[in-house]
Design a protein around this ligand. Structure first.
Ligand SMILES: [Fe+2]
Length: 252
């Protein structure tokens, strides 16, 4: 009797273990498939957005690849500031789209080598509002319209529309610094890229004025440590979301 009871217990345990094993494997397989699908969806979204913003960047002969670089720099800065991957990846998409409104600005104005007149500057300022209006229906990217419409605001209120400090969304404050970093480290019609020492000095001088001081500090520390490097489009590969495992940016 005891022996049959023991056998029954062992049988029940074996069957339970088998059920748990099968259930775990099925769940793991399902999760793997979901993750694979998520990765595929993300790739499709990123590629579609990149193609779209490349069309905008192409309007400016000197800013080819600008949006993808700003997106990548912004995510690296956010990570350095300690934000999680959800925020960082979300910010990457906002960075990609930050200048989408330039689609509504005449190319002649975007490519003008001389200083813009006040009237022209007023037209150029509208790219932030046009961008916001284009993107208003997209609700899956958090703070998208604010990140786009506020990316030319300054910490001290001296930007496009006078917003200041933490009234400016964090996303826009980070993109503003990434945008400036890219502008300074890219060739322009009127100058070549600036040396990194000059870039650091400029960002330091503008911390607390143009830039959120915490963001400016993070950028300077990143440049010093070599974890924020200018990406040269000459290497031709599209700039993707920077892998988290990379201790320094790997542009691939
Ligand atoms: Fe802009």
């Amino acid at each position: 009797m005891n022996e049959s009871f023991n056998l029954l217990i062992i049988g029940v345990l074996l069957i339970s273990s088998l059920i748990i094993f099968i259930y775990t494997e099925l769940t793991r397989h399902k999760l793997f498939r979901t993750e694979k699908k998520n990765r595929e969806y993300r790739a499709i979204v990123t590629e579609a957005l990149t193609a779209l913003v490349n069309a905008v960047d192409a309007k400016d002969s000197y800013t080819s690849g600008h949006s993808a670089r700003v997106a990548a720099y912004s995510s690296l800065i956010a990570r350095r500031l300690g934000y999680d991957e959800d925020f960082t990846e979300n910010l990457y998409y906002i960075g990609l789209l930050h200048d989408i409104g330039k689609i509504g600005i005449p190319s002649a104005l975007i490519n003008k080598k001389e200083r813009l007149t006040d009237d022209e500057f007023d037209i150029m300022k509208k790219h932030t509002i046009i961008g916001r209006d284009i993107l208003i229906e997209i609700t899956t990217i958090n703070n998208l319209t604010r990140g786009v419409s506020e990316h030319h605001e300054h910490w001290d209120g001296s930007g496009y529309f006078g917003k200041k400090g933490t009234d400016i969304s964090l996303e826009a404050r980070i993109i503003a610094a990434a945008d400036a970093f890219d502008a300074m480290t890219s060739d322009r019609s009127y100058r070549g890229m600036l040396p990194l020492e000059a870039v650091m000095l400029e960002i330091e001088n503008c911390g607390g004025k143009q830039f959120d001081p915490a963001v400016a500090y993070a950028v300077i520390e990143m440049i010093k440590s070599g974890s924020l490097n200018p990406y040269f489009t000459a290497s031709a590969k599209p700039l993707k979301y920077p892998a988290k495992s990379a201790s320094v940016p790997v542009w691939s």
